[in-house]
Design a protein around this ligand. Structure first.
Ligand code: HEM
Length: 434
Protein backbone atom coordinates (compact mmCIF):
# COMPACT_ATOMS: atom_id res chain seq x y z
CA UNK A 1 0.00 0.00 0.00
CA UNK A 2 1.43 3.43 -0.98
CA UNK A 3 0.37 6.53 0.97
CA UNK A 4 1.52 10.12 0.89
CA UNK A 5 1.56 11.76 4.32
CA UNK A 6 2.27 15.46 3.78
CA UNK A 7 5.41 15.47 1.64
CA UNK A 8 6.56 12.04 2.79
CA UNK A 9 5.88 8.99 0.59
CA UNK A 10 5.05 6.05 2.85
CA UNK A 11 4.78 2.40 1.92
CA UNK A 12 3.15 -0.24 4.11
CA UNK A 13 3.94 -3.84 3.19
CA UNK A 14 1.28 -6.27 4.40
CA UNK A 15 2.12 -9.64 2.85
CA UNK A 16 4.90 -12.09 3.60
CA UNK A 17 6.00 -12.00 -0.05
CA UNK A 18 6.44 -8.20 -0.22
CA UNK A 19 8.14 -8.28 3.21
CA UNK A 20 10.56 -10.89 1.87
CA UNK A 21 11.35 -8.77 -1.18
CA UNK A 22 12.07 -5.68 0.95
CA UNK A 23 13.84 -7.23 3.95
CA UNK A 24 15.79 -9.89 2.07
CA UNK A 25 16.23 -9.04 -1.63
CA UNK A 26 16.47 -5.25 -1.13
CA UNK A 27 17.58 -4.99 2.50
CA UNK A 28 20.57 -2.80 1.65
CA UNK A 29 18.34 -0.36 -0.27
CA UNK A 30 16.10 0.26 2.72
CA UNK A 31 17.88 -0.35 6.03
CA UNK A 32 18.16 3.25 7.23
CA UNK A 33 15.74 4.97 9.63
CA UNK A 34 13.67 8.10 8.94
CA UNK A 35 14.24 11.26 10.95
CA UNK A 36 11.19 11.54 13.22
CA UNK A 37 10.58 13.96 16.08
CA UNK A 38 9.82 11.43 18.86
CA UNK A 39 12.82 9.17 18.24
CA UNK A 40 15.08 12.23 17.73
CA UNK A 41 14.43 13.59 21.21
CA UNK A 42 14.46 10.29 23.05
CA UNK A 43 17.66 9.19 21.32
CA UNK A 44 19.62 12.44 21.89
CA UNK A 45 19.62 13.07 18.13
CA UNK A 46 19.86 9.45 16.92
CA UNK A 47 22.83 8.40 19.05
CA UNK A 48 21.21 5.04 19.81
CA UNK A 49 21.11 1.79 17.81
CA UNK A 50 17.42 1.47 16.88
CA UNK A 51 16.83 4.94 15.38
CA UNK A 52 20.32 5.71 14.13
CA UNK A 53 20.55 6.02 10.33
CA UNK A 54 22.51 3.33 8.49
CA UNK A 55 26.05 4.72 8.84
CA UNK A 56 29.46 3.94 10.34
CA UNK A 57 28.32 4.93 13.84
CA UNK A 58 25.40 2.46 13.70
CA UNK A 59 27.66 -0.32 12.39
CA UNK A 60 30.22 0.19 15.18
CA UNK A 61 27.78 0.60 18.02
CA UNK A 62 25.62 -2.34 16.97
CA UNK A 63 28.73 -4.54 16.68
CA UNK A 64 29.82 -3.45 20.14
CA UNK A 65 26.42 -4.23 21.67
CA UNK A 66 26.20 -7.59 19.92
CA UNK A 67 29.63 -8.61 21.25
CA UNK A 68 29.28 -7.25 24.75
CA UNK A 69 25.60 -7.70 25.56
CA UNK A 70 23.66 -9.83 23.09
CA UNK A 71 26.00 -12.73 22.33
CA UNK A 72 24.84 -16.22 23.34
CA UNK A 73 27.68 -16.34 25.88
CA UNK A 74 26.63 -13.04 27.48
CA UNK A 75 22.98 -14.03 27.55
CA UNK A 76 23.75 -17.42 29.11
CA UNK A 77 25.85 -15.68 31.74
CA UNK A 78 22.77 -13.84 33.04
CA UNK A 79 20.91 -17.10 33.77
CA UNK A 80 21.64 -16.85 37.56
CA UNK A 81 20.14 -13.32 37.57
CA UNK A 82 17.03 -14.58 35.79
CA UNK A 83 16.70 -17.44 38.27
CA UNK A 84 16.98 -15.13 41.28
CA UNK A 85 14.47 -12.62 39.91
CA UNK A 86 12.01 -15.33 38.84
CA UNK A 87 12.29 -16.85 42.31
CA UNK A 88 11.31 -13.47 43.82
CA UNK A 89 8.33 -13.34 41.48
CA UNK A 90 7.27 -16.88 42.40
CA UNK A 91 7.47 -15.98 46.11
CA UNK A 92 5.32 -12.90 45.63
CA UNK A 93 2.78 -14.91 43.57
CA UNK A 94 2.79 -17.63 46.25
CA UNK A 95 1.85 -15.01 48.81
CA UNK A 96 -1.08 -13.83 46.68
CA UNK A 97 -2.04 -17.48 46.18
CA UNK A 98 -2.17 -18.16 49.90
CA UNK A 99 -4.39 -15.10 50.41
CA UNK A 100 -6.38 -15.94 47.25
CA UNK A 101 -5.87 -12.41 45.95
CA UNK A 102 -5.69 -11.59 42.22
CA UNK A 103 -2.45 -10.35 40.70
CA UNK A 104 -1.95 -7.81 37.94
CA UNK A 105 0.19 -9.74 35.47
CA UNK A 106 1.11 -6.74 33.28
CA UNK A 107 2.77 -5.14 36.30
CA UNK A 108 4.42 -8.33 37.52
CA UNK A 109 5.95 -9.13 34.14
CA UNK A 110 7.24 -5.63 33.62
CA UNK A 111 8.78 -5.68 37.10
CA UNK A 112 10.45 -8.98 36.26
CA UNK A 113 11.97 -7.82 32.95
CA UNK A 114 13.06 -4.51 34.50
CA UNK A 115 14.87 -6.29 37.33
CA UNK A 116 16.57 -8.80 35.05
CA UNK A 117 17.62 -6.27 32.40
CA UNK A 118 18.76 -3.58 34.83
CA UNK A 119 20.92 -6.08 36.68
CA UNK A 120 22.19 -7.74 33.48
CA UNK A 121 22.90 -4.61 31.43
CA UNK A 122 23.36 -1.84 34.00
CA UNK A 123 24.82 -3.91 36.81
CA UNK A 124 22.39 -2.51 39.42
CA UNK A 125 18.99 -3.41 40.76
CA UNK A 126 16.22 -0.99 39.85
CA UNK A 127 14.49 -1.38 43.20
CA UNK A 128 16.35 1.57 44.66
CA UNK A 129 15.79 4.02 41.80
CA UNK A 130 13.38 6.93 41.31
CA UNK A 131 11.23 4.57 39.34
CA UNK A 132 10.46 1.82 41.79
CA UNK A 133 6.84 1.30 42.91
CA UNK A 134 5.45 0.71 39.45
CA UNK A 135 6.31 4.18 38.09
CA UNK A 136 8.54 2.63 35.48
CA UNK A 137 5.63 0.90 33.79
CA UNK A 138 3.96 4.27 33.14
CA UNK A 139 7.20 5.87 32.02
CA UNK A 140 7.99 3.11 29.54
CA UNK A 141 4.45 3.20 28.05
CA UNK A 142 4.56 6.98 27.74
CA UNK A 143 7.96 6.86 26.04
CA UNK A 144 6.65 4.25 23.61
CA UNK A 145 3.66 6.42 22.79
CA UNK A 146 6.00 9.32 22.12
CA UNK A 147 8.05 7.10 19.78
CA UNK A 148 5.02 5.82 17.87
CA UNK A 149 2.55 8.71 17.90
CA UNK A 150 1.74 10.72 14.74
CA UNK A 151 3.64 13.99 15.04
CA UNK A 152 2.61 16.86 12.76
CA UNK A 153 6.19 18.20 12.67
CA UNK A 154 7.31 15.03 10.85
CA UNK A 155 4.98 15.70 7.94
CA UNK A 156 4.24 19.44 7.73
CA UNK A 157 7.32 21.67 7.58
CA UNK A 158 7.39 24.65 10.05
CA UNK A 159 3.65 24.72 10.88
CA UNK A 160 3.83 21.13 12.15
CA UNK A 161 6.01 22.11 15.13
CA UNK A 162 3.41 24.69 16.15
CA UNK A 163 0.68 22.08 15.86
CA UNK A 164 2.66 19.77 18.17
CA UNK A 165 3.09 22.64 20.59
CA UNK A 166 -0.65 23.49 20.60
CA UNK A 167 -1.76 19.87 20.98
CA UNK A 168 0.56 19.48 23.98
CA UNK A 169 2.56 16.75 22.24
CA UNK A 170 5.82 18.71 22.44
CA UNK A 171 5.37 19.21 26.21
CA UNK A 172 4.64 15.51 26.74
CA UNK A 173 7.70 14.59 24.71
CA UNK A 174 9.96 16.90 26.72
CA UNK A 175 8.62 15.49 29.99
CA UNK A 176 9.20 11.93 28.83
CA UNK A 177 12.81 12.73 27.85
CA UNK A 178 13.37 14.51 31.20
CA UNK A 179 11.98 11.59 33.24
CA UNK A 180 14.13 9.08 31.40
CA UNK A 181 17.18 11.30 31.79
CA UNK A 182 16.65 11.38 35.56
CA UNK A 183 16.46 7.59 35.52
CA UNK A 184 19.78 7.22 33.67
CA UNK A 185 21.47 9.69 36.03
CA UNK A 186 20.32 7.72 39.03
CA UNK A 187 21.52 4.54 37.31
CA UNK A 188 24.99 6.06 36.91
CA UNK A 189 25.08 7.09 40.60
CA UNK A 190 23.96 3.68 41.79
CA UNK A 191 26.39 2.09 39.42
CA UNK A 192 29.29 4.11 40.76
CA UNK A 193 28.41 3.14 44.35
CA UNK A 194 27.94 -0.53 43.61
CA UNK A 195 30.70 -0.95 41.10
CA UNK A 196 33.65 -0.16 43.31
CA UNK A 197 34.16 -3.91 43.11
CA UNK A 198 33.67 -6.52 40.40
CA UNK A 199 34.60 -6.87 36.76
CA UNK A 200 33.73 -4.51 33.90
CA UNK A 201 30.10 -4.75 32.81
CA UNK A 202 28.32 -3.17 29.82
CA UNK A 203 27.81 0.23 31.49
CA UNK A 204 31.42 0.27 32.72
CA UNK A 205 32.49 -0.35 29.17
CA UNK A 206 30.39 2.54 27.84
CA UNK A 207 31.65 4.83 30.63
CA UNK A 208 35.22 3.90 29.75
CA UNK A 209 34.63 4.76 26.09
CA UNK A 210 33.36 8.14 27.24
CA UNK A 211 36.30 8.73 29.56
CA UNK A 212 38.81 7.78 26.88
CA UNK A 213 36.97 9.97 24.35
CA UNK A 214 36.94 6.98 22.00
CA UNK A 215 35.82 7.61 18.43
CA UNK A 216 32.87 5.40 17.50
CA UNK A 217 31.86 5.76 13.84
CA UNK A 218 32.93 9.38 13.39
CA UNK A 219 31.75 10.58 16.82
CA UNK A 220 33.63 11.05 20.08
CA UNK A 221 31.71 9.02 22.60
CA UNK A 222 29.86 11.17 25.17
CA UNK A 223 27.42 10.75 28.06
CA UNK A 224 24.54 11.33 25.62
CA UNK A 225 25.67 8.36 23.51
CA UNK A 226 25.50 6.19 26.61
CA UNK A 227 22.03 7.46 27.54
CA UNK A 228 20.73 6.85 24.03
CA UNK A 229 22.00 3.27 24.05
CA UNK A 230 20.54 2.66 27.51
CA UNK A 231 17.21 4.00 26.21
CA UNK A 232 17.19 1.21 23.62
CA UNK A 233 17.88 -1.47 26.19
CA UNK A 234 15.32 -0.06 28.58
CA UNK A 235 12.54 0.42 26.04
CA UNK A 236 13.30 -2.20 23.40
CA UNK A 237 14.16 -4.89 25.91
CA UNK A 238 11.76 -4.49 28.78
CA UNK A 239 8.49 -3.71 27.11
CA UNK A 240 8.64 -6.27 24.30
CA UNK A 241 9.38 -9.22 26.60
CA UNK A 242 6.77 -8.32 29.21
CA UNK A 243 4.15 -7.60 26.52
CA UNK A 244 4.79 -11.06 25.05
CA UNK A 245 4.31 -12.77 28.43
CA UNK A 246 1.11 -10.84 29.18
CA UNK A 247 -0.49 -11.63 25.79
CA UNK A 248 0.48 -15.29 26.17
CA UNK A 249 -1.15 -15.51 29.60
CA UNK A 250 -4.27 -13.71 28.32
CA UNK A 251 -4.61 -16.18 25.44
CA UNK A 252 -4.03 -19.13 27.76
CA UNK A 253 -6.64 -17.85 30.24
CA UNK A 254 -9.08 -17.62 27.32
CA UNK A 255 -8.17 -21.09 26.06
CA UNK A 256 -8.23 -23.57 28.96
CA UNK A 257 -7.50 -26.52 26.64
CA UNK A 258 -4.18 -24.99 25.61
CA UNK A 259 -3.44 -23.91 29.20
CA UNK A 260 -3.88 -27.50 30.46
CA UNK A 261 -1.81 -28.94 27.65
CA UNK A 262 1.14 -26.59 28.10
CA UNK A 263 1.10 -27.02 31.89
CA UNK A 264 1.09 -30.83 31.51
CA UNK A 265 4.08 -30.64 29.21
CA UNK A 266 6.05 -28.50 31.67
CA UNK A 267 5.04 -30.52 34.72
CA UNK A 268 5.78 -33.89 33.08
CA UNK A 269 9.13 -32.60 31.94
CA UNK A 270 9.99 -31.31 35.38
CA UNK A 271 8.71 -34.45 37.15
CA UNK A 272 7.83 -32.46 40.28
CA UNK A 273 11.27 -30.99 40.82
CA UNK A 274 10.97 -27.70 42.63
CA UNK A 275 14.02 -26.23 40.91
CA UNK A 276 13.22 -23.36 38.62
CA UNK A 277 16.02 -24.10 36.17
CA UNK A 278 13.84 -25.59 33.51
CA UNK A 279 15.24 -27.33 30.51
CA UNK A 280 13.43 -25.10 28.06
CA UNK A 281 14.71 -26.84 24.94
CA UNK A 282 12.51 -29.82 25.70
CA UNK A 283 9.35 -27.70 26.03
CA UNK A 284 8.18 -27.95 22.42
CA UNK A 285 4.54 -27.08 23.02
CA UNK A 286 5.47 -24.01 25.09
CA UNK A 287 7.57 -22.78 22.17
CA UNK A 288 4.55 -23.22 19.88
CA UNK A 289 2.38 -21.27 22.34
CA UNK A 290 4.88 -18.42 22.25
CA UNK A 291 5.07 -18.41 18.44
CA UNK A 292 1.27 -18.39 18.24
CA UNK A 293 1.22 -15.45 20.67
CA UNK A 294 3.71 -13.55 18.51
CA UNK A 295 1.68 -14.35 15.37
CA UNK A 296 -1.49 -12.83 16.83
CA UNK A 297 0.12 -10.14 19.00
CA UNK A 298 3.50 -9.08 17.61
CA UNK A 299 4.84 -6.59 20.20
CA UNK A 300 5.97 -4.20 17.41
CA UNK A 301 3.20 -4.67 14.81
CA UNK A 302 4.77 -2.34 12.22
CA UNK A 303 8.37 -3.14 13.23
CA UNK A 304 10.49 0.04 13.44
CA UNK A 305 10.07 2.29 10.36
CA UNK A 306 12.79 2.08 7.73
CA UNK A 307 13.91 4.73 5.27
CA UNK A 308 14.70 3.89 1.67
CA UNK A 309 18.23 4.88 0.63
CA UNK A 310 18.21 3.90 -3.04
CA UNK A 311 15.44 3.09 -5.48
CA UNK A 312 14.14 -0.46 -5.91
CA UNK A 313 11.00 -2.22 -7.10
CA UNK A 314 8.45 -4.40 -5.41
CA UNK A 315 5.98 -6.21 -7.66
CA UNK A 316 6.68 -3.65 -10.40
CA UNK A 317 6.16 -0.59 -8.13
CA UNK A 318 9.09 1.80 -7.89
CA UNK A 319 9.99 2.75 -4.32
CA UNK A 320 11.88 6.03 -4.23
CA UNK A 321 14.68 7.14 -1.90
CA UNK A 322 13.42 8.84 1.32
CA UNK A 323 10.22 6.73 1.31
CA UNK A 324 9.21 5.58 4.79
CA UNK A 325 8.73 1.84 4.79
CA UNK A 326 6.60 -0.04 7.30
CA UNK A 327 6.17 -3.81 7.44
CA UNK A 328 2.78 -4.72 8.87
CA UNK A 329 3.69 -7.94 10.65
CA UNK A 330 0.31 -7.89 12.42
CA UNK A 331 -1.50 -8.15 9.04
CA UNK A 332 0.97 -10.82 7.88
CA UNK A 333 0.20 -12.86 11.01
CA UNK A 334 -3.55 -12.57 10.38
CA UNK A 335 -3.41 -13.24 6.61
CA UNK A 336 -6.01 -15.90 5.70
CA UNK A 337 -3.96 -16.83 2.60
CA UNK A 338 -1.17 -18.00 4.89
CA UNK A 339 -2.93 -19.09 8.07
CA UNK A 340 -6.00 -21.32 8.37
CA UNK A 341 -8.55 -19.79 10.78
CA UNK A 342 -6.16 -16.89 11.46
CA UNK A 343 -8.17 -15.49 14.40
CA UNK A 344 -7.99 -18.77 16.30
CA UNK A 345 -5.34 -19.29 19.00
CA UNK A 346 -4.13 -22.72 17.89
CA UNK A 347 -0.44 -23.43 18.71
CA UNK A 348 -0.69 -26.88 17.04
CA UNK A 349 -0.50 -25.12 13.67
CA UNK A 350 3.28 -25.02 14.25
CA UNK A 351 3.49 -28.76 14.98
CA UNK A 352 4.70 -30.02 11.60
CA UNK A 353 5.97 -26.73 10.34
CA UNK A 354 9.50 -25.41 10.34
CA UNK A 355 8.43 -21.77 10.55
CA UNK A 356 10.58 -20.07 13.16
CA UNK A 357 10.44 -16.52 14.51
CA UNK A 358 14.08 -15.69 13.80
CA UNK A 359 13.70 -13.64 10.64
CA UNK A 360 14.06 -16.59 8.23
CA UNK A 361 10.34 -17.04 7.57
CA UNK A 362 8.55 -13.95 6.39
CA UNK A 363 5.15 -15.25 7.59
CA UNK A 364 6.23 -14.68 11.21
CA UNK A 365 8.41 -11.67 11.94
CA UNK A 366 8.13 -10.57 15.58
CA UNK A 367 11.82 -9.54 15.55
CA UNK A 368 11.94 -8.16 11.99
CA UNK A 369 14.55 -9.43 9.53
CA UNK A 370 17.64 -8.36 7.63
CA UNK A 371 20.34 -5.97 8.84
CA UNK A 372 18.01 -4.27 11.30
CA UNK A 373 16.74 -7.49 12.88
CA UNK A 374 16.42 -7.26 16.66
CA UNK A 375 19.85 -7.95 18.19
CA UNK A 376 18.14 -8.85 21.50
CA UNK A 377 16.19 -11.72 19.92
CA UNK A 378 17.92 -14.48 21.86
CA UNK A 379 17.86 -12.52 25.12
CA UNK A 380 14.15 -11.65 24.69
CA UNK A 381 13.11 -15.17 23.70
CA UNK A 382 14.90 -16.77 26.61
CA UNK A 383 13.33 -14.25 29.02
CA UNK A 384 9.82 -14.94 27.72
CA UNK A 385 10.29 -18.74 27.72
CA UNK A 386 11.79 -18.85 31.19
CA UNK A 387 9.29 -16.45 32.76
CA UNK A 388 6.25 -18.17 31.29
CA UNK A 389 7.51 -21.70 31.96
CA UNK A 390 7.89 -20.89 35.64
CA UNK A 391 4.53 -19.16 35.98
CA UNK A 392 2.81 -22.13 34.35
CA UNK A 393 4.78 -24.73 36.27
CA UNK A 394 4.29 -23.35 39.77
CA UNK A 395 0.71 -22.09 39.54
CA UNK A 396 -2.71 -22.84 38.16
CA UNK A 397 -4.55 -19.70 37.11
CA UNK A 398 -8.15 -18.84 37.93
CA UNK A 399 -10.31 -15.91 36.90
CA UNK A 400 -11.21 -13.47 39.68
CA UNK A 401 -14.54 -14.12 41.38
CA UNK A 402 -17.52 -13.26 39.17
CA UNK A 403 -15.51 -13.11 35.97
CA UNK A 404 -15.96 -15.48 33.01
CA UNK A 405 -13.62 -16.24 30.12
CA UNK A 406 -15.56 -13.95 27.77
CA UNK A 407 -14.77 -11.01 30.10
CA UNK A 408 -11.07 -11.15 29.24
CA UNK A 409 -10.70 -8.37 26.69
CA UNK A 410 -7.97 -8.22 24.09
CA UNK A 411 -8.00 -4.46 23.54
CA UNK A 412 -4.67 -3.02 22.43
CA UNK A 413 -2.98 0.22 23.48
CA UNK A 414 -1.41 2.44 20.80
CA UNK A 415 2.28 3.15 20.23
CA UNK A 416 5.36 1.74 18.55
CA UNK A 417 4.77 -1.39 20.59
CA UNK A 418 1.27 -2.61 21.28
CA UNK A 419 0.54 -3.91 24.73
CA UNK A 420 -2.68 -5.19 26.26
CA UNK A 421 -4.58 -1.99 27.08
CA UNK A 422 -6.36 -3.20 30.18
CA UNK A 423 -4.76 -5.05 33.04
CA UNK A 424 -4.72 -8.82 32.98
CA UNK A 425 -5.77 -9.84 36.47
CA UNK A 426 -5.73 -13.53 37.45
CA UNK A 427 -5.67 -15.49 40.71
CA UNK A 428 -2.70 -17.82 41.18
CA UNK A 429 -3.27 -21.21 42.84
CA UNK A 430 -0.18 -23.01 44.10
CA UNK A 431 0.42 -26.26 42.22
CA UNK A 432 2.53 -27.75 45.00
CA UNK A 433 4.08 -26.65 48.28
CA UNK A 434 7.78 -26.02 48.12
C1 HEM B 1 10.31 -10.57 22.90
C2 HEM B 1 11.24 -9.65 22.90
C3 HEM B 1 11.56 -8.71 21.75
C4 HEM B 1 10.87 -8.42 20.59
C5 HEM B 1 9.56 -9.02 20.12
C6 HEM B 1 11.65 -7.42 19.86
C7 HEM B 1 11.29 -6.87 18.64
C8 HEM B 1 12.07 -5.98 17.91
C9 HEM B 1 11.73 -5.47 16.60
C10 HEM B 1 10.47 -5.81 15.83
C11 HEM B 1 12.73 -4.64 16.19
C12 HEM B 1 12.81 -3.86 14.88
C13 HEM B 1 13.36 -4.72 13.79
C14 HEM B 1 13.34 -4.06 12.43
O1 HEM B 1 13.41 -2.84 12.33
O2 HEM B 1 13.26 -4.80 11.42
C15 HEM B 1 13.72 -4.62 17.27
C16 HEM B 1 14.88 -3.88 17.23
C17 HEM B 1 15.73 -3.77 18.30
N1 HEM B 1 15.66 -4.45 19.51
FE1 HEM B 1 14.30 -5.87 19.99
N2 HEM B 1 12.77 -7.13 20.59
C18 HEM B 1 12.76 -7.89 21.74
C19 HEM B 1 13.74 -7.90 22.73
C20 HEM B 1 14.82 -7.06 22.78
C21 HEM B 1 15.76 -6.99 23.87
C22 HEM B 1 15.70 -7.89 25.12
C23 HEM B 1 16.64 -5.99 23.58
C24 HEM B 1 17.78 -5.44 24.37
C25 HEM B 1 18.04 -5.68 25.63
C26 HEM B 1 16.27 -5.47 22.27
C27 HEM B 1 16.96 -4.45 21.60
C28 HEM B 1 16.68 -4.04 20.30
C29 HEM B 1 17.48 -3.04 19.59
C30 HEM B 1 18.72 -2.31 20.11
C31 HEM B 1 16.88 -2.89 18.32
C32 HEM B 1 17.34 -1.97 17.18
C33 HEM B 1 18.13 -2.71 16.13
C34 HEM B 1 18.61 -1.84 14.97
O3 HEM B 1 17.89 -0.94 14.53
O4 HEM B 1 19.73 -2.06 14.49
N3 HEM B 1 15.16 -6.13 21.83
N4 HEM B 1 13.29 -5.45 18.29
Amino acid sequence: MLLKLGKVPTVILSSSETARQALKDHDLNCCSRPHLAGPRELSYNYLDIAFSPFDDYWKDVRKLAVQELFSTKQVNSIQPIKEEEVKKLIDSMAESASQKTPVNLNEKFIALTVSVLCRAAFGVSFEETVLSNGKLNKLVREAYEMLGVFSASDYIPYVGSMVDWFTGLQGRREKSVGDLDAFYEQMFDLHKEEKEKGSEDFVDLLLRLEKEKTVVGNDKFTRNHIKAILMNILLAGIDTSSISMTWAMAELAKNPRVMNKVQSEIRNQMANKSSISLDIDQLHYLKMVIKETWRLHPPAPLLVPREVMSEFEINGYKIEPKTQLYVNVWAIGHDPDTWKDPEMFFPERFMDSNIDAKGNNFELLPFGAGRRICPGMYMGTSMVEFGLANMLYHFDWKLPEGMVVEDIDMEESPGLTVSKKNELVLVPVKYFDH
